[in-house]
Design a protein. Sequence first.
Length: 209
Amino acid sequence: MNAPHRSRAGVQGAVYTLRCFVAFDLAPNVLTKIGELQRQLAATDADVRWVRPEGMHATLKFLGRVKTDCLPRLQSALTAAVCEQSALRLQVRGLGAFPNLRRPQVLWVGFVGSGLQELARSVDAVAMTLGFEAENRAFHGHVTLGRVNSLRGWPQLEALFKEHLNDDFGSTEVRSVVLYRSQLQAGGSVYSALWTIPLQQNKGGHHDD
């Protein structure tokens, strides 16, 4: 006789880990424009794993594995750290690659505007107090377009990519930060928002042109 099946979700008081990151969302019209360019770039058939527009977020801090019993403390600490910060207005502008276009690994769209570095530092500082590792690289706000698997087809993609280095995709307002759960599946990562922390809406954001 088989032993009764017990799902992990049904074990009261059990502690699991979730793969999480802190991010903010982009305005729908901005995502539409990014998606239009992405389709042009993908038509080159270069060996790139493109990020679905509906899955695009601007990551402030990748946390990795987070224990479920740590989530309430994380939410409380992040809320205290960022809820008094003003909403930001950013221009979504410019393309680039990490580490560079000669050895591309990640293709991205960047931001222009003030306040984003400070917001990322606040999130990182809070995470450190809860035992997460500090960022060892300077924060560079961006949205990932795709990840380069190999240099097959790269010359054609690079030529087109360089034609759009200074493209402007419009402005986006950062009104809140979100803790996302990332679940790796066969078709790619699936993201779900666990909770959202609003920023101050009455102080206005900054905008650099």
